[in-house]
Design a protein around this ligand. Structure first.
Ligand code: FAD
Length: 383
């Protein structure tokens, strides 16, 4: 298992409990601990923020009870990271914090080369390495130094921007939450986004308070709007929906929007909607942005909250030869039962599987399905 985030830890726990020899590589919860902004709150509801273990014993609630933490909603990032680190103890010495630098084919299956040069052989490899490698930004910022332009997934310290002028590009949860955190840290913030209006998640909150009717309309995972939310909760069915329709459902379910608790925190942040940055250049130590409405901004930093695009070729540990052998659609691996790709023995879980199994796989809530599906396949078909 490469990656010790929610997917790697959960699937690892399931495989280990069934007696399958598993080793999970990577620093536990590294992406959440090091790449998400300090002070962030989880967008997913508490019930959809559980990692998955075979007996349902290592839940968020169990962690809070064991560590005498108050159950807060929305869930603070720090609590979620600590929860993941508590959860990982089930795997004991089967976790190896070393990064996998390269995966090659081998007569026995695969050879993994670790950062320190050690090599490990594995019959099967599960890639659970998340979206960190896939961040994307508009081409107009490409020539600027990384000191002046960063991506929302680049780091967690917003306090270093106190007193600075920062433009945040984008209108999704990452962009809007980063804007709120920067403002609260004392930065002078402006959000620039192409969309004419901001969208907020859960605008029809009354639909969530209709008792059994709400249960028919929304699954507890709360991924996607009314109706779609129910469908998305069945990844096995999603796989058989024609790709075009599946794509439409996925895009609709994860479209850019901010959480309900953000508007109040953004009240004093300047919002420039319906605009795009046409050019960006360094003039002495300032970034000069020209917008498509002819106006100009001079700022200290640009933060890109422009999301990500799955492209498995960007996983640095997959050599070209392997990437070429994996059938893909637009950068996503084509997957079958048990998250298998066209290269026997290689599996992908998490966001890379969302094109096949739907948008549940973009979220922590998908760990339960992913772990059980992977385990069922490995025990049935891959002795
Ligand atoms: C700002 C932001 C907010 C989000 N909020 C939510 C939310 O509230 N709820 C929700 O459900 N989802 C949220 N998400 C989506 C979130 O990314 C996924 O739900 C979740 O991280 C998926 O888990 P994962 O294990 O697939 O990926 P990750 O959590 O990214 O874990 C993958 C791990 O693999 C490691 N890794 C990568 N390459 C290697 C390698 N070569 N060797 C070893 N290890 C490696 C990484 O360091 C990382 O720790 C958010 C995403 C972002 C960016």
């Amino acid at each position: 298992m490469i990656g010790a985030g929610p997917y790697g830890l959960s699937a690892g726990a399931h495989l280990k409990a069934k007696g399958i020899g598993v080793r999970v590589f990577g620093e536990p919860m590294e992406f959440w601990a090091k790449k998400m902004p300090e002070g962030m709150l989880l967008r997913s509801p508490r019930v959809a923020s559980n990692l998955s273990d075979p007996d349902g014993a290592f839940t968020l609630e169990a962690y809070e009870a064991a560590s005498k933490k108050e159950p807060l909603a929305p869930l603070p990032l720090e609590t979620f990271v600590e929860y993941g680190k508590w959860f990982r103890h089930q795997l004991a010495s089967d976790i190896d914090p070393r990064e996998v630098q390269r995966v090659d084919r081998h007569a026995e299956g695969f050879r993994l080369t670790l950062r320190d040069g050690d090599e490990v052989l594995a019959k099967k490899v599960v890639i659970a390495t998340g979206i960190g490698a896939f961040k994307k930004g508009p081409a107009v910022f490409e020539g600027l130094p990384s000191e002046q332009v960063s991506h929302c997934y680049d780091g967690r310290d917003v306090r270093r921007f106190a007193g600075k002028r920062v433009v945040v590009v984008g209108a999704g949860q990452s962009a809007l939450e980063s804007a709120a955190l920067l403002h609260e840290a004392g930065a002078q913030v402006e959000v620039i986004a192409r969309r004419a209006n901001l969208r907020w998640i859960g605008q029809h909150s009354w639909l969530h308070h209709l008792g059994p009717i709400s249960t028919l309309l929304y699954s507890s995972h709360d991924v996607g709007p009314v109706g779609i939310s129910r469908l998305v909760a069945y990844p096995r069915i999603m796989r058989f929906i024609p790709l075009q329709l599946r794509d439409r459902i996925r895009i609709r379910a994860v479209r850019p929007a901010g959480s309900r608790w953000l508007p109040a925190r953004l009240k004093y942040v300047q919002m420039s909607m319906g605009r795009a940055v046409a050019s960006a250049a360094m003039v002495r130590d300032e970034v000069v942005l020209k917008l498509d409405d002819g106006t100009e901004r001079r700022v200290d930093h640009v933060l890109l909250g422009t999301g990500y695009k799955v492209e498995i070729a960007k996983y640095g540990f997959l050599p070209n030869e392997l990437v070429q052998a994996i059938e893909q659609f637009d950068g996503y691996p084509k997957l079958g039962r048990g998250f298998t790709c066209s290269l026997p023995g290689l599996h992908f879980v998490g966001a890379t599987a969302a094109r096949t199994f739907g948008p549940l796989l973009n979220f922590v809530a998908g760990t339960e399905f992913a772990s059980r599906e992977l385990l069922s396949y490995l025990t049935k078909y891959a002795a």
